[in-house]
Design a protein around this ligand. Sequence first.
Ligand code: HEM
Length: 452
Amino acid sequence: MSGPTGDLTPSDQGQPPVDPGDGGVHGGPGALLDPHDAVSRRTLFTISGAAALAGTTMGITAGGLAAQMTRTRRSPDTAPDTAPVPRLAPTDMTVTSGDLPHGLADPVPAFGTLLAFDVTPAARRTSHTTRAAASAFLRGTGPIPTQPSGGVGVSGLDLSPTNLQVTPGIGASLLDAVGLAGRRPEAFVDLPRFAVDRLDPRVCDGDLLVQVGAEDPMRLAGAVQQVLSLAGDGVRLRWSRSGFKATAAASQHPTGTPRNLMGHRDGSANPPLGTVRWDYTVRVPTPGWMRDGSYLVVRQIRIDLTRWFAEPADVRDRAIGRDTTSGAPLGGHGEFETADLSARDASGQPVIPRSAHLRLANQVNTRAARTYRRSWNYDDGFDGFDASGRRQAGLVFVAWQSDICRGSTPIQQSLDAGHDGLSDYLTHFGSAVFAIPARGDDDYPGQSLLES
Ligand code: HEM
């Protein structure tokens, strides 16, 4: 395996050296279930890509299945270069969503807001009062997705029913404050300090998180207001960040990989939603209060778009390692083609440069780390220009994983060690990790922990 510097060795083939998600190829779905990777008792594995095609899969949400079906129907022969290519392979068998954090098994909505809260100093008097404040807040987020129009704010007035995802989570600082540090799972680690960190502590961390997502910005604004109305004496806002991507209505290919503000498709190498590989990547398999939950890493990353777009197109593509238009890895043709990391050009140089983001973030260089990226773009508009006239815009990087030690941490370490070609244009100013429990049999996510 090549090191993080991206040296090219014969084994540097773009395929992870260890990929439990490939069990479907080598030994059928059962091969995935080694004891370490045991899948939830609530998870019902289904059949095969063929069953997904037939639409017999149960449990995956309607939106998620619709996306899968759309992807499945398109023929690779007729698809234009820029269209998403179907990816159903034996490794991509559809699983049911079971009981995961709200919205995770659904397509990413066009608009999202992350709100981080702290328990107030007044409520923090004792661990008992802290627990009570956190429990009341988390319980309050439960009814929001189903609340009828006319609640706080503009939630549903005049709007057709549309998807709304309200996903609460818990920060490590809360566990400390309520005397439950001993129940912190091993997979729920803080991020180490990274070379790229330029962090502003005011927009990092938090005792509690709520991620709100909606396909409509008015619906989102109303739901955010409802979440904020839950804050009061017990809990107060610490930071928030809103983001967006192309809406389904405006997209030529609504189920295709969305683009970031740098122009590239972002998420091409994600495990396809609803597949065994996806489930393995996001779902916590171990017993305990986080079973069927997931860990969320949020990074607020400003992008110097002026500098980026001053570069010629080929320089930009080489920094990423992909072609802007098609999304194909350099040297390849289709977006979902495996990147050939060993390919060299006529002068003997790697086709995908040593410092390309794709190479350094690839599993061969990250000890087979796994995440499911579900980011939004952000743009602070006119008020967001800083004193030097730089636009304040970038990416709310949102990555889900079953284990942070085998997810975001080794990936960012590889990007740091290899001097990621993107990093010259980026400023990482916000960072946080949250445990996002599934609701399971609880009245609200985290109840079995906080009321234990
Ligand atoms: C503003 C910041 C970032 C931008 C604009 C960005 C953009 C991209 C783009 C365009 C791709 C290629 C398409 C794809 O597979 O999604 C990519 C791949 C990837 N990025 Fe990033 N990224 C950013 C930050 C990060 C960070 C902070 C991490 C993790 C710590 C990360 C992890 C990955 C991974 C794992 C891949 C897939 C690599 C592969 O092909 O195997 N990215 N990113």
